[in-house]
Design a protein around this ligand. Structure first.
Ligand SMILES: [Zn+2]
Length: 273
């Protein structure tokens, strides 16, 4: 937190109110500490709901926003911190959808309501454009709709994203769905389902499917012709297991297992694609 305000200090020095904002650093540090403690305890939404009214009416709200937009997003040295947050995304992929490159920073707690978190690194999450734009600027009011926070929420190593591959008018298509592990707490299951629908992941993954199939079509046809459907299945399963190691719930993992399980694809459907 201190690092962010230090990076903004030069620009703040050019503003009449810059010194007043810098003087609020201890308050921001205390808020960051509460945020971390609540996040670690799985109680972030409760904390945010309890603070929303007070933060929304903070007298420096517009100043915090301006500092973020100008001294963090727009210019060095703040921009270097912004870029470092983007670069921290695993494999450069958006942690919310797991398949598009990160391109922007999302305020997990919307900055319109939480100005005291507008500059807090823990609240700044790398995301792709569609995930960031599709995310509501309003805070969830019930636990079942609380957005996942990539720094605090662990979605585990078990598979919960599945694809059913089928024939479509113009070739091969896949339908995606989530099947959360039964031993998960009920609220986590509801949050995953909400995550999947609110980010339109089924629709987005379906649209990206034909390109993935096109990229492997020739190889799969050759393998089918030379070695038969069981060898094609074994190859797809091997690729799926490798993708699963990278991310058990990526769209690629789901699609590869879906292809390996699709009798129509294995028995010549690939040639229709
Ligand atoms: Zn995304």
């Amino acid at each position: 937190m201190r690092e962010v305000l230090d990076a903004c200090a030069k620009w703040l020095g050019t503003q009449d109110w810059g010194a007043a904002l810098l003087a609020r650093l201890p308050e921001l540090i205390a808020e960051e500490k509460r945020y971390r403690t609540a996040g670690d305890a799985g109680e972030l939404l409760a904390l945010l709901l309890s603070e929303a009214d007070a933060q929304k009416s903070d007298s420096d709200k517009e100043r915090f926003h301006a500092t973020y937009e100008t001294a963090v997003v727009d210019r060095a040295p703040g921009r270097q911190l912004y870029d470092a947050l983007l670069a921290a995304a695993v494999h450069d992929l958006c942690p919310l959808c797991g398949y598009q490159p990160v391109s922007q920073i999302d305020h997990h707690a919307p900055k319109a309501t939480f100005p005291l978190l507008a500059l807090t690194p823990l609240n700044l999450v790398p995301a792709c454009g569609p995930c960031n734009q599709g995310k509501s600027n309003k805070l969830a009011t019930e636990a079942a709709k609380e957005s996942f926070h990539p720094y605090f929420d662990d979605l585990g190593d078990e598979r919960w994203l599945f694809a059913k591959v089928h024939r479509a008018e113009d070739g091969v298509a896949a339908t995606y769905s989530v099947r959360p592990p039964a031993h998960w707490p009920g609220v986590k299951i509801q949050r995953l389902q909400h995550h999947f629908t609110s980010h339109k992941l089924g629709h987005r993954y379906s649209r990206a499917t034909s390109n993935r199939i096109a990229n492997r079509r020739r190889r799969d046809i050759r393998l089918l012709a030379s070695a038969g459907p069981e060898e094609l299945r074994a190859t797809l399963e091997e690729e799926a297991a490798s993708a699963e190691e990278a991310n058990p719930n990526s769209f690629d993992t789901a699609l590869l297992y879906g292809l390996a399980a699709c009798e129509w694809y294995l028995n010549g459907g690939v040639e229709d694609s």
